[in-house]
Design a binder for this molecule. Structure first.
Ligand SMILES: [Zn+2]
Length: 291
């Protein structure tokens, strides 16, 4: 069992779902910084959630969840792209609330005016940003409410994380046309699957593999499993992106920076890769030469 996303279909029904399990990727991400226990759990849940949500996208690009708040937690974000590459980061000040954690509710209830953004950034085409009210006790409940109301796709999500492993499960009732509606024989399927899904426990989600979880929950149903997809830690930083960032701050600021730091060193916050630009290289971005 490792870092995987398993899609599943309940045969002869408009219900599909995903199960994710993160282990190596989670541990890699959590080892990049020192995080308090509750922040580790929050990041684990956010990573599982982005991996689940990424599966619902039909585009090449990335999806991220970003919490912004004005208390001791400033922000936290997790991102997953169409290749199953994940990264995450959080910025916070010490807070006794963050020293103990069972799920994201400890952190969420301590935040001041928090907002959750869902960002979708296709490689080509327009970006999308959705705003999710963080007014429910857990991240999963906030996301479910968002999908039920905004996307109008009935969705159930369960998330769990420790500092070693995280997991998540999502089921959705897909939209149907009139004809499909009439062919739907089993009208109780959604309420039944919803109830079953809610019985899933934190330990099951973090410790069992996808097939075992699906068997425990839905063994009365006919579940079809396509091949699972691999998930891994991956960073989308690059020298080109750093160069673009330098171009955006402008030649004057770059000159000022060079007076105190030459070469200019830029560290990626996610993966610690360092990108270095000599004065010559930095000025060449603006078509200028060293004078
Ligand atoms: Zn990076």
């Amino acid at each position: 069992m490792s870092d995987l996303r398993q899609r599943f279909f309940i045969e002869n029904s408009p219900v599909r779902g995903e199960v994710v399990h993160l282990e190596d990727a989670l541990q890699t991400i959590l080892s990049q910084r020192t995080y308090a226990p509750a922040i580790q759990v929050l990041l684990g849940e956010m990573l599982s959630a982005t991996a689940l949500l990424a599966s619902t996208l039909k585009i090449k690009g990335r999806i991220s969840l970003q919490i912004q708040a004005s208390g001791t937690l400033k922000w936290a974000m997790a991102e997953c792209n169409h290749l199953g590459e994940l990264r995450a980061l959080a910025d916070y000040e010490e807070d006794p609330h963050f020293n103990q954690a069972e799920d994201s509710s400890t952190v969420l209830s301590s935040l001041l005016s928090p907002v959750l953004f869902i960002n979708i950034e296709p490689e080509f085409g327009e970006r999308y940003q959705g705003i999710v009210p963080l007014d429910k006790p857990t991240l999963a409940k906030c996301l479910m409410q968002y999908y039920d109301l905004s996307a109008q796709i009935p969705t159930r999500i369960v998330l769990a994380s420790s500092n070693q492993r995280s997991g998540g499960l999502l089921i959705q009732l897909l939209p149907r046309n009139n004809e499909e509606e009439q062919q739907l024989v089993d009208e109780d399927i959604w309420p039944r699957l919803t109830l079953l899904t809610e019985t899933l426990k934190t330990e099951e989600l973090t410790q069992l593999d996808a097939q075992e979880i699906l068997y425990r929950l839905y063994n009365e149903e006919e579940v079809r499993l396509p091949e699972a997809e691999k998930l891994q830690f991956g960073c989308t930083c690059s020298r080109e992106r750093c160069a673009t960032a330098l171009e955006q701050i402008g030649v004057e600021s770059v000159r000022e920076t060079l007076e105190v730091q030459n070469p200019i060193n830029m560290d990626c916050q996610f993966c610690s890769t360092q990108y270095s630009f000599s004065a010559e290289e930095a000025l060449a971005l603006f078509g200028e030469h060293l004078s």
